[in-house]
Design a protein around this ligand. Structure first.
Ligand SMILES: CC(C)(COP(=O)(O)OP(=O)(O)OC[C@H]1O[C@@H](n2cnc3c(N)ncnc32)[C@H](O)[C@@H]1OP(=O)(O)O)[C@@H](O)C(=O)NCCC(=O)NCCS
Length: 247
């Protein structure tokens, strides 16, 4: 989407019991910061001003603007004035009973909104990853085993698939880098939904407890623009996932 079309774009409203996922591809990315002013706060614009590269500022502002537009479509124009951040850095909207998650990579922005549970979304642009085999040592042992059993030609895509799925879970929990990557595992194969596989008991970190208490999750991959992978996870079972790619 060109930045000048964003103002008149009609944001979809989140269905009550579903997870709404909206993607935005930023065309002419350097033009986005000025067109996001109507949907971002002075504080967000100040934060964006600290980025060295205009592309990073554009991604930050467009993500916040898209999240705000989805919240306002669901909860009214007066909502989502200012976002706060949790102690781990996850943005939330005080006074609104819904969770949202923002992700950006390359020229893609994705936002997930869920009224009934913590939600996380992650998009990654696929770039050459010559050290994919070495990076698997950071993952859960089962994920590492599954990935290293693949032919080299399939390893890179499978690694990114595993990565976006794990990031989606981490972002739904909201703990960021404080959540050990080995405390849970995802399936690394191409099945598009239900890919959360196991949680390792780790009371010291509290993560297993948090994941277990949530019972089952909803987890799904989202088909997006070629060259990107995207996944969403929410701490509530059997939710419909409504996907909208704005263009
Ligand atoms: C923020 C984090 C959760 C993800 O960052 P990322 O994938 O590099 O970047 P994304 O664009 O997907 O997400 C950034 C957005 O996440 C949101 N975010 C920040 N902290 C968050 C947290 N603790 N929980 C959920 N969302 C968070 C913010 O909205 C941020 O964008 P903004 O500051 O412009 O609003 C980061 O802590 C992280 O990278 N954690 C895991 C790292 C890792 O080892 N991953 C390997 C998985 S195999």
């Amino acid at each position: 989407m060109l930045a000048q079309h964003f103002y008149n774009w009609r944001a979809p409203s989140a269905p009550e019991k579903s997870i709404l996922c909206v993607g935005l591809e930023l065309e002419n990315i350097a033009e986005w910061p000025s067109h996001c002013e109507a949907h971002t706060t002075p504080q967000e614009q100040q934060e964006a001003g600290r980025y060295v590269h205009i592309e990073d500022a554009a991604r930050h502002l467009a993500g916040r603007a898209l999240a705000r537009r989805l919240l306002r479509a669901a909860f009214g124009q007066d909502s989502a004035a200012e976002f706060a951040r949790s102690p781990y850095g996850k943005p939330f909207c005080p006074g609104v009973s819904a969770d949202f998650s923002i992700s950006h990579s390359g020229s893609m922005i994705w936002v997930a909104l869920c009224r009934c549970a913590g939600v996380g979304i992650d998009v990654e642009r696929i770039r050459p990853l010559p050290d994919a085999a070495e990076l698997t040592s950071q993952l859960h042992p089962q994920e590492q085993k599954d990935l290293l059993s693949l032919p080299p030609a399939e390893l890179q895509t499978a690694f990114y698939r595993c990565w976006t799925r794990k990031e989606a879970v981490i972002k739904a929990v909201g703990m960021g880098l404080s959540m050990p990557l080995q405390s849970f595992s995802v399936n690394t194969g191409p099945q598009e939904s239900g890919w959360i596989a196991s949680f390792t008991a780790n009371p010291a970190q509290g993560t297993a407890t948090m994941l277990d208490e949530g019972g089952q999750w909803t987890s799904r991959d989202i088909r997006t623009t070629d060259g990107y992978l995207c996944s969403v996870a929410a701490q509530s079972p059997c939710r419909d996932v409504v996907v909208c790619l704005a263009c």
